[in-house]
Design a protein around this ligand. Structure first.
Ligand code: GLU
Length: 411
């Protein structure tokens, strides 16, 4: 086989959603697995739909996720190449002028087909269903269909891995390859991602960009791991995978034909798993909270490790850290709560005096719970102001006695 060359070819027409990023990831994994190259090609020939910030956002997403590319091209810098190639088809009398635009003549009989690598199936279109299509617009810019094929050929692309929404364009591409006398690359069309209600994933389902997930406190490891499982699995039950493992295991034959469902609970679960696996959680938290002075102070203190260790087991996203360590109360105390608080404070002061050591504190609280028939959950709330969170003993190490006294005496 020729050396593998694949491409990720985003159009800078908006902020890329998770589906686009999945296409980039699958291409990257396929390239790396095969010691091949990934070409990043910005397909910016649609001037009407061009969005200025889109390209920088695309690059930011790829960089954050460590999806690196080997070569980069921008179609708007290659207009001459498309014109020259249109000229070739003109000489072959395969195109005609139509109000300033150049149109490609599709064959009218027979069929156009290709073997798709996803599901290993032949996809066939009857040519009578196809229409002649524009390859160069009246503004001199090529259309997606034309520039895409010319570039895939000139860039020696061996495999075209893209979303299945491009299946309907593929007969045009196959006929263009034929008209030049070029052989087609392998096509692999990825099943579209669906929302939980089985309709196409959209903004309504929270179809966000990778950067939105970043700012909500998801780790890149978790997001990559989640995305790779949208339409692919390594043929076993393995769920947690690092980028290196994905590269090792990735194979087109394991891409599912069924549409994957975007399951945010699974992402949350994977994020928790990764939060507890990465070795530099402190640094990730510091990056995430770079504008939050109070949190940075805690992260730089000698208590940081206790905070992080005890918070990690309860965090779904990095954003949870803030509420876990905040000293603000979650809710108001009822009248009964206040009475119990007064009792508990008296009890602890009697029992422990100044000596709030961990083991003593814990047995005193257990005793109080039994004696007064008050649940530990309630005691936790009265002691901390929180419904749930970091353990009492960790809080005792971090804040000490004054923190509990303040909460118990809080009106
Ligand atoms: N520019 C197309 C897009 O926006 C690329 C499709 C393809 O990969 O051929 O996704």
């Amino acid at each position: 086989m020729n050396k593998v060359r694949v491409r990720f070819a985003p159009s800078p027409t908006g902020i890329p959603h998770i589906g686009n990023t999945r296409t980039a990831l699958f291409n990257f994994l396929f390239a790396k697995h095969n010691n091949g190259k990934l070409i990043l090609r910005i397909e910016d020939t649609d001037k009407a739909r061009f969005v200025k910030e889109a390209e920088s956002t695309i690059l930011e997403i790829l960089e954050w996720l460590d999806i690196s590319w080997d070569e980069k091209f921008t179609q708007s810098e290659r207009l001459e190449i498309y014109k020259e190639h249109a000229q070739i088809l003109k000489q072959k009398k395969l195109v005609y002028e139509d109000e300033g635009a150049l149109r490609f003549k599709m064959p009218k009989d027979g069929e156009t087909s290709w073997d798709d690598a996803v599901g290993n199936k032949k996809i066939t279109f009857k040519n009578e269903t196809q229409e002649d299509f524009i390859i160069i617009k009246s503004d001199g810019f090529p259309t997606y269909n034309f520039a895409n094929v010319v570039d895939d050929y000139l860039m020696n692309i061996t495999h075209v891995i893209r979303g299945e929404e491009f299946i309907s364009s593929t007969p045009k591409h196959v006929q263009l390859y034929k008209s030049f006398g070029w052989s087609s690359p392998v096509f692999a069309h990825l099943p579209v991602i669906l929302g939980p209600d089985k309709s196409k994933l959209s903004k309504r389902h929270g179809a966000k960009s990778a950067l939105d997930f970043k700012s909500e406190g998801y780790l890149k490891e978790a997001l990559l791991n989640f995305i790779v499982l949208l339409g692919w699995n390594p043929g076993n039950d393995k769920e947690q995978m690092s980028m290196d493992e994905m590269i090792k295991l990735f194979d087109l034959k394991d891409i599912n034909t069924a549409n994957p469902i975007f399951d945010i609970q699974k992402l949350d679960w994977l994020n928790g798993v990764w939060i507890r696996s990465i070795l530099d959680l402190k640094k990730r938290l510091a990056d995430f909270y770079k504008d939050e002075k109070d949190i940075l102070t805690i992260l730089n203190s000698d208590k940081a490790d206790i905070f992080i260790q005890s918070a990690a087991s309860r965090m779904k996203t990095l954003a949870d850290f803030q509420s876990l360590i905040s000293q603000d109360s979650d809710k108001k105390k009822s009248k009964e709560d206040k009475e119990i608080s007064v009792k508990l404070l008296k009890y602890l002061n009697n029992k422990l005096v100044q000596d709030w050591q961990d083991d003593k504190l814990l047995s005193a609280l257990k005793e109080f719970s039994k004696q007064e028939d008050v649940s530990f959950k309630k005691i936790y709330f009265l002691m901390t102001g929180k419904v749930a969170g970091i353990g009492i003993l960790e809080l005792n190490k971090i804040y000490g006695r004054d923190f509990f006294i303040k909460n118990l005496s809080d009106e």
